[in-house]
Design a protein around this ligand. Structure first.
Ligand SMILES: Nc1ncnc2c1ncn2[C@@H]1O[C@H](COP(=O)(O)OP(=O)(O)OP(=O)(O)O)[C@@H](O)[C@H]1O
Ligand SMILES: Cc1cn([C@H]2C[C@H](O)[C@@H](COP(=O)(O)O)O2)c(=O)[nH]c1=O
Length: 233
């Protein structure tokens, strides 16, 4: 893995996108593939699901325990959760590991600004999060953001809610959380990701083919692997 990086030795790869698009599945497949090639890989999943106090607080919010919460203040909780893992991520990168994150800063911007109808307020929140998370908190910047996208129909049909049992969802008791339960939020977030410009280190991958049929797990993994290959040349 030799694509250019702002990180010293390791590489930070982030899988992003709306809820229930297969991010965790792809993060795991990528980790397995990289490990089978002899790489050291560390995986992080945000918000933290390992029972940290801040991860539990966020889980409580997602379960609806706090009712309406201002997007600005909620975004600070997600940012603090990531900050709590910063040292571990930095250490992993310094040791040369490939760090694969299931969600990162972009999720905070996408979900929390999507709740704001006022465009200017959304822009202010986006700028605040970039300043806070990459500036003040000095989180490492991703070397590659893979953004999964879907059609509106995917969310209108509730496909994001169909899932097999996932032990990582224990922090919200496996139930659909308040983000997942809001189809208007999901549609806004999904269109945010769909409209996001691509860049050298940001690639979008549609989870459905041109006929609206969901691509297989292996097919999507192949597309992600191809992106990594293209960046390495
Ligand atoms: N390409 C695919 N085709 C069919 N089912 C899939 C595919 N990818 C993942 N799934 C299934 O969809 C469900 C959601 O997948 P996953 O947990 O990976 O999504 P996610 O984007 O990480 O979800 P969340 O946003 O809630 O964290 C799981 O039951 C998973 O097995
Ligand atoms: C990291 C992060 C996440 N969110 C949102 C995105 C989801 O709706 C939930 C929980 O994430 P999961 O991967 O589905 O468990 O939280 C957010 O708003 N801000 C963030 O930084």
């Amino acid at each position: 893995m030799n694509f250019s990086s702002s990180n010293e030795i390791g590489r930070l790869i982030v899988i992003e996108g709306g809820d229930g698009l297969g991010k965790s599945t792809q993060a795991r497949a990528l980790k397995d593939r990289l490990e089978s090639e002899g790489k050291i890989v560390k995986e992080y999943d945000f918000p933290s699901k390992s029972g940290t106090p801040i991860g539990r607080l966020i889980g409580d919010f997602l379960m609806g325990k706090f009712g309406d919460t201002s997007p600005e203040f909620l975004a600070l909780a997600f940012a603090t959760d990531r900050f709590s893992q910063r040292k571990h991520i930095k250490d992993d990168l310094e040791k040369g590991a490939i760090v694969v994150c299931d969600r990162y800063v972009l999720s905070n911007i996408a979900f929390q600004t999507a709740k704001l109808d006022d465009f200017e307020r959304g822009k202010e929140l986006e700028n605040l999060l970039i300043w806070l998370e990459y500036g003040e908190f000095a989180l490492p910047r991703p070397d590659l953001e893979i953004v999964l996208t879907a059609t509106d129909a995917y969310y209108q049909e509730g496909s994001h809610l169909l899932r097999t049992d996932d032990p990582k969802r224990d922090y919200i008791s496996g139930a659909a959380d308040i983000h997942e339960g809001s189809s208007s939020l999901q549609l806004k977030v999904n269109s945010y990701f769909r409209e996001l410009p691509e860049a050298v280190n940001r690639k979008k991958i549609a989870i459905e083919d041109e006929w609206g049929i969901r691509k297989s797990i292996d097919k999507l993994h192949g597309l992600i692997w191809q992106v990594l290959g293209e960046l390495s040349h």
